[in-house]
Structure formats: C-alpha cells, structure tokens
Design a protein around this ligand. Structure first.
Ligand code: GDP
Ligand code: MG
Length: 370
C-alpha cells in the first residue's frame, strides 16, 4: 500500500509542499509533490517541523491521525528564562555574572573550582534562571546571525559613572532587534560620581523609558562588585519571565543551540548545549550542526553527571564526531540511524557549500523551522 504523498503530508503539518521538497532535497532525495514518502522520510519531515507521533511507535506504525503538534497545550510547562548580559566593555558584565553565580551557589556545591561551560543556572526563590555566560557580544551576534534565538531576556549593564557608550547602544539595538524584554542594570553605584538618574535619561533616549517615568523598562541599581542590588535584579528577572509566560514541552525529543564547542584532549569534541525544548537524555542519538553521535557523557554547569536535561537547561556533552560551533542547532532523534543520516547529509551539504557549489538553501535552513 502506498505511503502518504508530499502534498498530503505538507497539508497535514501546515507546510508548503515546496518546504517539504526542500528538506528532502537537502537530505539527498529529489521528490515532487506527488511522490509517496517512505516512513523514514515522513519521520524526518515531521521532526523537522516539530511534529511527532504522540506514541513512541516505530515509524511504520505511525497512524497519521495521531500526529499532532508536539507542543500540544496540555504538554506545555513553564520553563526558566534564558538571560544574556550585554553592555559596554568594562561596565561590569563579567563581574555581574560572577556575582550572580556566587550569590546563589548552594554551600559546597562547587568545591572551590568552578567549571566554566559558558552557561549556568541559579535558583531564585525556588525558580530557576539560566544565564548565558558568552564572551561579549560576539557569540550573541553570531548566534543571532545564524538564526539561533536563544535569549528570553537581555540585561543591559551600564556603568553609572560612565554612562551610555557605543557598545551600550549596540547592545540595545541587538536586544530591540531580537524583540526580547530588556532589564537595565545600572552598575557601579558604589563609585563616586555615580549618577543613576543621568543613566535613565540617556537610556530613555535609546527608547528604554523607565517604569517610574511612565515607560515599561525596569531599571535596577546595582554594584556587581559589592553585591548590592543583585537579589532585587534576580527577582526582577523572575517577574519579567513570568510576564513573558515562557513554555516548553519536556515530552518531545530535545532541540536547542550550541553555546560553545571545543576539542578536549582526553574527551574529544565537547559541546555546551542549551536545551530549548524537549528533554535531552544521556544516550540520545543527536545531530549538532554537522556533527552527530550519541550523548555519551552529560554534565550540568557544576560538572555533575546528568541523565536528563529539560528545557532551558545548559549542559556539557561529549560523544560527537566533530566540534560544533556556537549558534549551531542540535536535535535529538529516536534512532541513531536517523541521526547519522541527517548528520552525514548535513556534512555533505556543508562540504558542497565549502567548495562553493551553489545551493538553493543554506545549511541552517534544514533546521530553521524548529
Ligand atoms: P566587562 O568588560 O563588562 O566584563 O567588565 P568587568 O566585569 O571586567 O569589570 C571591569 C572593571 O570594573 C573591573 O575592574 C571590575 O572590578 C570593575 N567593576 C565591575 N563592577 C563594579 C562595581 O559595581 N563597582 C566598582 N567600583 N567596580 C566595578
Ligand atoms: Mg568581561
């Protein structure tokens, strides 16, 4: 009995047939709108566009009546916000990240040496907040340029003794372009000459009118160095996050973005991933950019072994065949065969792009619908 056609599948998942054809083309198969698809192709397309069989059945047993949007209302749960700190050089980004990290560490958790994986989570009144600890704007910009929208809230740090500087403006532009809520942290209020009111005026000119002046931007006066105002800032983040009503579905296979990738002499390719939706499990077959493999070891931001990581959790994993780069997207699959297939096709496509072979779509288009 013939399978579903490209046109029929496209209709069921609310995509244009052209999109379905493109995805298959990138996987190395030429089809037309009337071609019948085999089970594996159907599974790939469904995963590609965020659909999945409700039941974890083998592909040949998928009943199309059961295919639904994964992020079914009933499966959605609140997830922690992902926060990025931006601002002009020397205005205190690193000091603030350190200060937040230290302020929330449960006694003895770090045993002196803090592992650096480029992202961490803290708990504020029982609610988690994830911080991306990326070096400056570059990673954020690179991730955004590559379509990886990972940040839910941006904190713009401005030194109260210095005021708005070129990179402050740049940061505001990035955050406004990303369309995410902005919290302004007026830093170094411990310093002589600190003038938080002046900062509000300057930032208002960039479009960030303080709440107390009738606008909708929250300002927090802090000293990252002395630890002043940090808990208020963290509480503000939880309030802003609640208003944003961030949700995810922990029941689906994980997808998300690469925060950092590096080669470790002993452990091989190591990647810091941010799970954006779904649950990543140790042992999961996974494609990360053009790399693939199985999640061999999964560690949290304190270097502890993790078996499962839900939405907004930063993790460090090993088990990939090559080093991914920041902004690469990842996806876990049900079978290693599928992961390998997708990984290899993406590698082929990348080699073609590298060779300058023109391609109708970029590599990232493969994942850009998720
Ligand atoms: P970044 O370039 O934005 O990451 O800035 P840093 O965190 O490296 O801070 C730059 C300098 O400002 C360092 O010497 C910090 O110690 C200092 N600094 C950061 N926050 C404060 C603060 O709240 N008060 C004072 N007095 N100095 C600060
Ligand atoms: Mg810094």
């Amino acid at each position: 009995e013939d399978g579903i056609t490209v046109g029929e599948l496209a209709e069921k998942i609310g995509q244009t047939p052209a999109n379905v054809i493109k995805v298959l083309f990138m996987l190395g198969t030429m089809v037309t709108i009337n071609s019948s698809l085999d089970d594996e192709q159907v599974e790939l397309i469904c995963l590609e566009y965020g659909y999945e069989s409700k039941k974890k059945v083998v592909v040949s047993e998928i009943n199309f009546e059961e295919i639904e949007i994964v992020d079914d209302e009933a499966d959605l749960v609140s997830r922690p916000p992902v926060v990025t700190i931006m601002g002009h050089v020397d205005h205190g980004k690193t000091t603030l990240l350190d200060s937040i990290r230290k302020s929330k560490v449960v006694d003895g958790e770090f045993g002196g040496i803090t592992q650096h994986i480029g992202a961490y989570q803290v708990e504020v009144n029982g609610k988690k907040v994830t911080f991306l600890d990326t070096p400056g704007h570059e990673a954020f910009t690179a991730m955004r340029a590559r379509g990886a929208q990972v940040t839910d809230i941006v904190i713009i740090v401005v030194a109260a003794d210095d005021g708005v500087m070129p990179q402050t403006k740049e940061a505001v532009d990035h955050a406004l372009a990303a369309g995410v809520p902005i919290v302004v942290a007026v830093n170094k209020i411990d310093k002589e000459g600190a003038d938080p009111e002046r900062i509000k005026g300057e930032m208002s000119e960039l479009g960030l009118m303080p709440e107390e002046w009738g606008g909708d931007t929250v300002y927090c006066n802090i000293s990252a160095k002395k630890g002043i105002g940090i808990s208020e800032l963290l509480e503000t983040l939880t309030v802003v996050a609640e208003l944003a009503d961030l949700k995810a579905n922990p029941k689906r296979y994980a997808y998300g973005s690469v925060v950092e990738g590096r080669l470790d002499k002993g452990r091989g390719p190591v990647a810091t991933l941010l799970v954006q939706n779904g649950t990543l499990r140790s042992g999961d077959p996974i494609v990360v950019g053009t790399a693939f493999g199985r999640v061999r070891q999964m560690l949290d931001d304190s270097g502890r072994d993790l078996k499962e990581a839900g939405p907004s959790t930063p993790v460090e994993i090993t088990g990939l065949n090559e080093v991914p780069v920041a902004g690469d997207k990842f996806m876990a699959f049900e079978t290693e065969k599928t992961a390998r297939h997708v990984g290899e096709e993406r590698q082929k496509a990348k080699q073609e792009l590298d060779r300058g072979v023109s391609s109708a779509m970029s590599l990232d288009d493969l994942f850009n619908q998720i």
